[in-house]
Design a protein around this ligand. Structure first.
Ligand code: ADP
Length: 544
């Protein structure tokens, strides 16, 4: 948002005296260089996806001033990250690491605790340290984006290797993987595909996980486990360390690929469709994290404002979007399945015939011929993404409302018809209640699916922000009552989501807190991230 142009006062993290904090920043600048310690006293400018801020969330759900950094620092090496961590311990300053901060919909670059010092790792630590064409692996620093990795592999002429990318390619490979983001090739589970981390612990020590702990090894990127407890999990969706290097496996070029799309007529078709998808997906006939998207998304992703179709308040009535669909090349439908088949033609044909036979068991199911789809049709964006080519088209639907921002509700369920319908109805009911357009998509993993509902709202309108927040909070509680939990969430909702994982008197959170206290005794590392609060913050009103 470009409206907030006033000069801002320096923000001081709670519990520290202003003079001490200013002096501490000066001390840090002596170590990192003046240019690499930037005080956040300038106007908050939101920019856009590719020119995003690193001081705050460009898609706020709370007041602008809530989740903002006091300063941003730019380390250039693991050693400098260590220096920052030791400095934070000395002065009890909360720090918050980001790789690139393009985690939009989940908090962007914002820290959970106002006034934290954001460590922007991506700016100066953006080297691709290795691309291994024999092992199909790479080793990257936090500032390596999916675009950069893709380009580097192309530039080296390694046509035999693909990367996997999420919906938007501008984010960091490390940032997305640590937040357990997903992509759409058979290597779509990024966390499962990584191998080996280098981590700076909250007390300043550096460890390498897996085979990386064995000096002289050449298997850090090929065998993720090493020996002893598998510690990598502690560093994803957590606040137990700063990852400075990560190994990632790369996919072999499958020797051909073919996107396909099916349209299903009725809302109720979702139920039998899921029953058909499950065995095909587990059996790997459906090979990628495919999407089942609601028809309203076909319209929203065109990138035009909703007022083009409907000028009233509240959700767009069904008859209105159906009228639009009839004018589009795909025609009227309720669900679209976007999939990709990999391999040479005869291999694809074998799988595609099975899929066709199974999908057409649903009355009215149609396979859409890609030949009829214009170049700017969303199908081609999904085609690129499922072939590992980074893309930005998915951003278009933020134009749905003025000053569009988005935030996701993403519960996990088995791939079952009853669960799909339950979650669909739950989301629909709450969206209707809060007057929000319901934009659901199911992403089918291997044995589970995530329902992804993006609420698109006007970030400059406090009432719309509140409606989005309230709607999400209700849906999280509704889903938890039915046994569904989120796979990932926005900073603002982390306490609530963490609290739904409360089996056996919150045993898991108690375990996380025990780890937090042992690993981060001064409680400096990303306090509150994933609902994990260090001792000195706990029970003092920080949770929300
Ligand atoms: P991206 O730009 O890839 O979308 P971010 O850099 O915003 O992702 O990272 C997403 C979240 O993951 C951040 O909010 C942060 O909490 C965590 N994170 C990112 N990079 C690191 C890292 N190198 N070490 C520890 N945590 C990280």
């Amino acid at each position: 948002k470009e409206t907030n142009t006033r000069q801002r006062l320096p923000i001081i993290p709670q519990g520290i005296e202003k003079d001490i904090f200013i002096r501490a920043l000066e001390k840090l600048a002596e170590q990192l260089g003046k240019d690499n310690v930037e005080v956040n006293d300038k106007p908050l400018v939101d920019g856009w996806y590719m020119e995003h801020p690193n001081t705050h969330d460009m898609m706020p759900i709370l007041d602008d001033e809530e989740l903002v950094a006091s300063a941003v620092v730019y380390p250039s090496s693991t050693e400098e990250v260590q220096k920052i961590v030791l400095w934070a311990n000395e002065y009890s300053v909360p720090i918050f690491p980001i790789s690139m901060g393009r985690n939009l919909g989940y908090g962007g670059a914002a820290p959970r605790v106002r006034g934290s010092v954001v460590i922007d790792l991506g700016k100066r630590m953006s080297k691709i340290l290795d691309i291994n064409p024999d092992d199909y692996t790479c080793l990257v620093e936090p500032g390596v984006s999916f675009y950069a990795l893709h380009e580097a592999i192309q530039a080296k002429g390694f046509a035999h290797m693909w990367i996997d990318i999420p919906d938007l390619g501008g984010g960091s490979v490390i940032g997305n993987t640590l937040d357990r983001g997903v992509g759409y090739t058979p290597y779509g589970d990024h966390w499962a595909c990584h191998s080996g981390l280098e981590v700076v612990l909250p007390t300043g020590e550096v460890i390498r996980t897996g085979m990386g702990a064995l000096p002289g090894n050449n298997t850090w990127q090929t065998f993720p486990y090493g020996f002893g407890p598998y510690s990598d999990g502690l560093f994803s969706q957590s606040n137990f360390g700063i990852v400075t290097k990560m190994g990632m496996t790369l996919m072999p070029n499958p020797g051909g690929h073919e996107s396909f799309m099916y349209a299903f007529e009725k809302e109720e078709d979702l139920e039998p469709l899921m029953e058909i998808i499950r065995p095909l997906r587990i059996g790997n006939i459906l090979e990628n994290v495919a999407q089942v998207r609601h028809a309203i998304q076909t319209i929203a992703v065109k990138g035009l404002p909703r007022t083009k179709y409907f000028s009233g308040d509240g959700p767009i009535p069904e008859h209105v979007f159906r009228e639009q669909l009839k004018k589009m090349p795909i025609g009227d439908h309720t669900w679209l399945y976007y999939g990709m088949s990999y391999g040479p033609p005869h291999i694809r044909q074998y799988k595609l015939e099975i899929i066709d036979k199974e999908f057409k068991k649903i009355p009215g199911a149609r396979k859409i011929d890609p030949e009829i789809l214009p170049e700017d049709e969303y199908f081609w964006s999904r085609d690129r993404i499922a072939a590992g080519v980074p893309d930005l088209v998915e951003l278009l639907w933020v134009n749905w409302v003025p000053n569009g921002a988005h935030v996701a509700f993403s519960p996990v369920s088995p791939i079952r018809g009853v669960d799909a319908m339950k979650l669909f109805n739950l989301g629909k009911r709450r969206h209707d209640e809060f007057g929000i357009d319901f934009l659901p998509a199911f992403c089918v993993g291997l044995r589970e699916m995530h329902l992804i509902v993006e609420i698109v709202y006007d970030k400059n309108d406090p009432a719309k922000r509140k409606a989005a927040n309230d709607c999400l909070r209700e849906m999280i509680d509704d889903a938890a009552k039915e046994g569904y939990g989120e796979y990932r969430t926005h900073l603002v909702l982390m306490d609530q989501v963490a609290d739904t994982y409360n089996w056996n008197d919150n045993a898991l959170m108690k375990f996380n807190e025990k780890l937090k206290d042992a690993l981060d005794p001064n409680g400096i590392m990303a306090p509150g991230k994933s609902g994990i609060w260090p001792k000195r913050y706990r029970g003092r009103g920080w949770e929300m």
